[in-house]
Design a protein around this ligand. Sequence first.
Ligand code: HSE
Length: 438
Amino acid sequence: MEEKRKQLRIGLAGLGNVGTGVYKNLLKNQDLLSERTGTTLVVTKIAVRDINRKRDIEVPKELITSNWNELIEDPDIDVIVELIGGVDEAFKLISGALNANKAVVTGNKAVLAERGKELIELSEKQNAPLYCEAAVAGGIPIIKAVKEALIGNRIGSIYGIINGTSNYILTRMNSGGIEFSEALAEATEKGYAEADPSLDINGWDAGHKAIILGWLSYGQWLRTEEVSVIGIEDISLDDVAFADDLGYEIKLLGVIRQAKNDERIEVRVSPNLIPKDHILSSVDGVFNAVAVHGDVVGETLFYGSGAGQDATSSAVISDLADAAENINNRVGCTGFVPKGEFGTVLPLSETISQYYLRLSVADRPGVLAKIATITANHDVGILSVIQPEPESSTEHIPLVLLLHDASYGTVQAALKSILELDTVEPKHTLLRVETLEQ
Ligand code: HSE
């Protein structure tokens, strides 16, 4: 006789883009999941903000409530999936669920980056697991990879394209030659951007994900003020074209790494020029990729859809399978949580890279020589220069410099002196160039 399947009763909080994907795909692959996990995964209640909102999927009315507290208070619910987004309300929901000894699955990188330390401590205290595979890089299983599969490694570096919206916009600017605002509208329409897309373009969506990867790699939750985050909003088609001429492509990059010959760690996000012959430069559109270097495994690369309904719901469902295993088979496992804390934070001014500097300078003899003298005085070498022929007679022309490895503080000091020259306009672009060595 066939063994009666166990059930995992799921309370779903949030039926937006990802919540809809979770509901739809749990139904779509119900039999497969049941076979694979030995458990039937059933959504028994769904909390939404607006009961009357028209939705793309049919959901039985009796499942819907407008009060997420009902999920916490329902003794028949085993696991709560938090997909409401934001920080304060999500924190109340997750901590309420953990306090009620329910497992929680969240895709919310903002609440983890801001309050993850408290939530993980609560999860451990309550012996109630908190899973977050969907919080970083959408459908790519990077959380489980760093947390579990690479546990035997010291992580030297993680370089990640971890915001699908920014990557989509930069790709469209690069290969389609279309303007920033048009590309953003496309990404929003395709469901890649956050409800508030400012977090995508100001870099903080990636910043939150970088903080989570920093925790998994080095055991410590960096505070948001310890992380340098710059978004793509000031990138112009001119920068994209100059980078191309120099043999690079501009990508919003999360850098999580241990400084060379140093115990200190850096976690930062910014638009970077990366070499066109590096594999990360061919990661286009909404795709994300994360290159992890471990001292035992060497180089690894994880690639896949970093945003969107189906890809992200695949990650949520993987956590639900873990929760089913944990709850129904009583393995007593809350998921591995990194314990040791490694390194202290490297101040931004001491972080080292090459740089791309675009200036607008007077079209007069001697200007380049003065700029080169300033960089030399700061011990910053120039790797290459582009000074395009002016198309018409104009007072100011662009001058693009590629600068050698230097600390951010040194380059800022040199830049300050350069901008004091009366032949240099205040408007400029300074971007990092990452060679992507481990
Ligand atoms: N808005 C996010 C992105 C969704 O574009 O990557 C996935 O976190």
